[in-house]
Design a protein around this ligand. Structure first.
Ligand code: GCB
Length: 670
């Protein structure tokens, strides 16, 4: 959205705030009457293949320490008006150093954490003379939260709204080759009622007059900044712009098929002349060529793989996460090599019905987590050390899945999940969605379009989550989610759709539009606090009711209890490690009952690790429902969960149990 409009919206919201009673009245009306929502088209993403080097492409990282300026919150457009992007930021304002990638919030010692509005980044970089040759140069951001405006050498090259998703621009004509260049980024973290996720900006009195306050209902800190890597990369003039891959297994998983379709930029593909074509080669892990094919003029084709090694989830097979390498070569009519792009491909099938979800024909029971991209100091910034540690912990504990609650996670982590056989329920950034409007619907659909475009080739992605805890009790929610779900299906029919719902099943209007029902519930925590005797039956009853209402497979997508590491109280008492263990154990009992019913397909703990939230009297330094601390060390419950996840793996998927899972206690005499 244009900054001016956002600011107008902001004013509107401030104005609306002071007419609270009127709004409340309208809200009641709005909930009882369904808004007429139209299924308008949304912009469709192009390109944006993950930057990879090849014999035709070079990749150059712009990560490092950038210069940073925080705008005056009362004057967020000053930098635009004063054209800070026309020269080095330091010529307009004093700058401070800022790491990229990272959230900016927890880097300084003053209160940058709670800043609302725009901030600016810039840096200089060199572009080699050799890049001037007959090729294109692209500037790509892994993600900037929430809205980004980017200038190169003072010229605006791209604007993007929505965190956690990549965007790029061709910068061939604005770069100066063989010399220094400047990149400037303005980032706005303001969330309003039509952003995804939603928030509210209000102006409230403080000791110095009035101040702008950002509020939101979702339960994680609104970290902002350049969160993921920034790359410059080169491509030939005629390039592979898109690669779409789907896979299939045949003959009881003995043979496999990879279908690919490619689109090209920079040359009109003339189907009749068949002038451009694709040579696709598939290599196994040892680098042996196992299949190849030459496309027709439509740049599509199939590769047949005999004696295939399917992609299996972790613990469902001795060799999980098996990946082939697909080499896509774009060739001219005279066989001249124009461009090469390589990506990893996992061969697997997904299917689902009213009771189960299957991978390669085998029924799946999800044992996983809701997570966050969150850590000390770097906030939501990409951190490879953290990512690798997290995957080590996931494997140590025997999990086979996680949900990217509540937004798309880094592309690097998706690649890692592919490699390690961790199944992903891939969630778009729609969280606590309410006040459904036409504009919000467009943004929400766009977030799904960008997500599916980015992640459609990952074997680890087994399901799309179209929202977390949307307020699905109104009639408008019915039509809104019908449009969102149908749109998602129109983009990808190969994966089922879910949403993590907290609205009671008696009121929910979204479940009928989903393929799999996921529900979040905090028995003994938000309801019947402390009552461990009120967990098991409630979980069973609610799951049964969801299944009865919709006749679809059911997942418990969140359960848990805040736990302060090191707090021990016997008998169990809220916030203690004992309490968290008891809450989990009562859920395990319910899950085992539910598993016997044949349609209960998974359990996801909330949360993998403790994480930062907005300040609130319900949160001590953040949300403490982690099985691991924010520093990624286990709480006592981690050892309990590990025993369960491996026991399930052994019973359901015949996996081996790690030797250290039961420590020696005594010899039992029977
Ligand atoms: C939920 C939300 C999650 C919260 C969690 C909690 O239902 O989906 O974002 O963090 O509850 O701990 O309150």
């Amino acid at each position: 959205m244009h900054l001016k409009i956002r600011l107008t919206c902001r004013k509107y919201e401030i104005w609306a705030f002071s007419f609270f009673s009127l709004v409340t009245g309208l809200y009641v009306l709005h909930s009882s009457i369904a808004l007429l929502l139209l299924n308008k088209e949304v912009p469709i993403t192009r390109g944006m293949l993950y930057p990879r080097e090849s014999e035709t492409r070079e990749v150059h990282s712009l990560d490092g320490i950038w210069n940073f300026v925080r705008s005056d919150p009362d004057n967020p457009t000053q930098g635009i008006r004063d054209k800070w992007f026309e020269k080095d930021l330091s010529k307009s304002q004093p700058t401070i150093p800022m790491p990229v990638p990272a959230s900016y919030n927890d880097i300084t010692t003053d209160n940058l954490r709670d800043h609302v509005g725009t901030v600016w980044y810039d840096r200089r970089f060199f572009v080699p003379r050799s890049w001037r040759t007959d090729q294109r140069v692209w500037l790509r951001f892994g993600s900037v939260h929430y809205e980004a405006y980017v200038w190169v050498n003072g010229k605006r090259v791209v604007k993007h709204e929505m965190g956690h998703l990549p965007f790029e621009a061709e910068v061939t004509d604005v770069l100066m080759y063989g010399s220094e260049n400047r990149i400037t980024v303005m980032c706005d973290n303001a969330l309003i009622q039509t952003s995804v996720p939603q928030g509210k900006i209000t102006e409230v009195p403080n000791d110095n007059g009035m101040t702008i306050v950002q509020s939101y209902t979702f339960d994680f800190f609104n970290y902002a900044g350049i969160h993921r890597s920034v790359h410059l990369y080169t491509t030939p003039k005629t390039l592979i712009e898109e690669v779409k891959v789907t896979t299939n297994l045949k003959n009881q998983n003995a043979d496999g098929e990879v279908s690919y379709s490619v689109s090209v930029k920079g040359s009109v593909v003339n189907e009749a002349d068949n002038d451009l074509h694709i040579q696709a080669n598939l290599y196994d892990k040892e680098g042996l060529l196992v299949a190849n094919a030459t496309s027709d003029g439509k740049l599509e084709g199939e590769l047949q793989v005999a004696e295939v090694k399917p992609w299996w989830p972790y613990l469902m097979h001795p060799d999980p996460g098996y990946l082939y390498q697909l080499e896509i070569k774009l060739l001219a009519a005279n066989e001249e090599l124009l461009d090469v792009y390589r990506l990893k491909v996992g061969l697997r099938t997904l299917s689902w019905d009213q009771t189960q979800f299957l991978i390669n024909g085998k029924s799946v029971y999800f044992r996983g987590f809701g997570r966050h991209e969150d850590s000390d100091i770097r906030g939501k910034g990409l951190d490879n050390a953290l990512m690798v540690r997290d995957f080590n912990l996931l494997k140590w504990i025997g999990a086979n899945a996680y949900r990217t609650s509540h937004y798309p996670y880094s592309e690097e982590s998706m690649q890692f999940a592919d490699e390690h056989g961790i199944m992903i329920i891939d969630e778009c950034p729609s969280v606590d969605t309410e006040n459904f409007s036409q504009e919000l619907l467009g943004k929400h659909k766009s977030s799904l379009e960008q997500l599916i475009h980015r992640d459609r080739n990952h074997p680890s992605v087994v399901m799309w989550s179209i929202a977390n805890e949307p307020r699905t009790g109104s009639l408008t929610a019915d039509s809104y989610f019908s449009l969102v779900a149908n749109f998602t299906r129109s983009l990808d029919k190969t994966r089922p759709i879910t949403a993590a719902i907290a609205t009671p099943y008696t009121k929910d209007q979204a479940g009928r539009h989903l393929d799999i029902i996921s529900f979040n519930r905090y028995n003994a925590w938000y309801t019947n606090t402390g009552r461990l005797d009120m967990v098991t039956q409630n979980v069973i009853d609610e799951a049964v009711a969801w299944n009865k209402a919709y006749q679809k497979p059911v997942i418990m997508s969140e359960y848990g209890a805040d736990t302060l590491e090191g707090l021990h109280i016997q008998p169990a008492y809220v916030w203690s490690e004992e309490f968290q263990m008891e809450v989990f154990s009562r859920h395990f009992k319910a899950f085992d009952e539910l598993r016997k019913k044949g349609w209960f397909i998974g359990e996801f703990v909330w949360n993998f690790a403790d994480f930062k939230t907005a300040q609130s009297y319900t949160r001590v330094g953040g949300n403490k429902k982690g099985v691991f601390t924010r520093a990624r060390q286990p709480k006592a419950v981690a050892h309990l969960l590990r025993k369960r996840y491996f026991a399930l793996g052994r019973d359901l998927d015949q996996c081996n149990i790690p030797e250290d899972i039961f420590i020696y206690i005594a010899e039992w005499k029977s």
